[in-house]
Design a protein. Structure first.
Length: 342
């Protein structure tokens, strides 16, 4: 009888040692999961720093777009920088999602394993208690309850209390871990929202940059066209002035007096382009007069077409003032009056 009880005691001790080893293994696994959660938190912080760098790059691109009219950034370089920034951001977000899913899966598996282990341990402890009670009853019945068995029972009860305390502590750690995972998920959602906003701003900047380049190209082309047209008009006016005899054409009123005064002007102060020679002007031969009139008609047709082109394009009308002031020899006051109307 004593040998049987001793064997049962030894068996219970071995089972207790085995359960203790399993509890330590579960504790080690939980520590590993906590380390992974800490690593995930560190990676999340690193992703936030990278996001701050992307925001700085966005500010630099915005400042570059404001100066695009003076020193426009090459389109391929901007596209390359934007593509690299977006690639880095997408890669980091994908990696964070993968790690977060892995951490959640591992946490759930650890939680399930631990709950199952605790349930099994509870059943085994109850069995051990029942066995201990049976052994104690046998010892009492045999009258040989030993001090060693009492110590073993006390040790088992102590182990049971420790396991219960560890279970409570692990439950608190599990709740804390769930809060950290939730915070990481919220941070990831915030990063995704900021990423979408950054992409929208980048797209808007690209559009503004392209519009600025197109506007600059259009203005350069228009400016060049205006210079060419103005040069042609000035050349034509100079040619008319050289070939036209006194008293004929646009400026006859500027050189000779007319009955109405030194010059004939319309109500708004613009010199009339066509004036009839006053009586008493020098007589011109018929052949010479015909040649001059043909030349004058050609030049007047060209000037008329140029002026019509200026009037058809609203943005080119301010430049018409310089053309008219050159052709019609406006005074500064007349030039200002015409500019105010345009």
């Amino acid at each position: 009888m004593v040998a049987t009880l001793t064997n049962e005691r030894d068996s219970l001790f071995e089972q207790s040692q085995t359960r203790q080893a399993e509890a330590e293994s579960a504790q080690s696994h939980l520590q590993t999961v906590q380390n992974q959660a800490s690593e995930l938190q560190y990676q999340l912080k690193e992703a936030e720093e990278r996001n701050a760098l992307l925001v700085d790059e966005l500010d630099e691109l915005r400042n570059g777009s404001r100066l695009s009219t003076h020193s426009p950034t090459p389109g391929p370089e901007v596209a390359r920088l934007l593509s690299e920034a977006e690639g880095r951001f997408e890669s980091r977000l994908s990696e964070m999602r993968t790690r977060l899913r892995a951490a959640e899966k591992e946490r759930n598996e650890a939680e399930d394993d631990w709950n199952k282990t605790l349930a099994d341990r509870g059943k085994e402890i109850e069995k051990l208690r029942f066995s201990l009670r049976q052994a104690e009853d046998k010892w009492l019945e045999s009258g040989r309850v030993g001090k060693g068995m009492d110590e073993k029972v006390a040790a088992l009860e102590t182990n049971l209390k420790e396991l219960s305390a560890q279970r409570d502590a692990w439950g608190m750690e599990r709740l804390s871990m769930a809060d950290e995972v939730k915070k990481a998920q919220d941070s990831l959602n915030a990063l995704q929202s900021e990423h979408s906003e950054v992409l929208g701003r980048i797209s808007s900047l690209e559009t503004q940059l392209e519009e600025s380049k197109n506007r600059e190209t259009y203005l350069k082309t228009s400016n060049k066209t205006l210079r060419d047209e103005l040069r042609k008009v000035q050349s034509s006016a100079a040619l008319l002035e050289r070939q036209r005899p006194a008293g004929v054409g646009f400026w006859s009123g500027g050189n000779q007096a007319t009955p109405a005064g030194n010059s004939s002007r319309s109500g708004n102060g613009v010199t009339s382009p066509l004036q009839s020679p006053r009586p008493g002007s020098p007589t011109i031969s018929e052949a010479g007069s015909t040649s001059v009139k043909q030349e004058e008609e050609v030049n007047l047709e060209y000037i008329r077409n140029v002026i019509l082109q200026f009037l058809e394009h609203k943005e080119m009308r301010p430049n018409l003032v310089r053309v008219l002031s050159t052709i019609l020899r406006f005074t500064p006051q007349e030039t200002r009056r015409l500019a105010a109307k345009v």
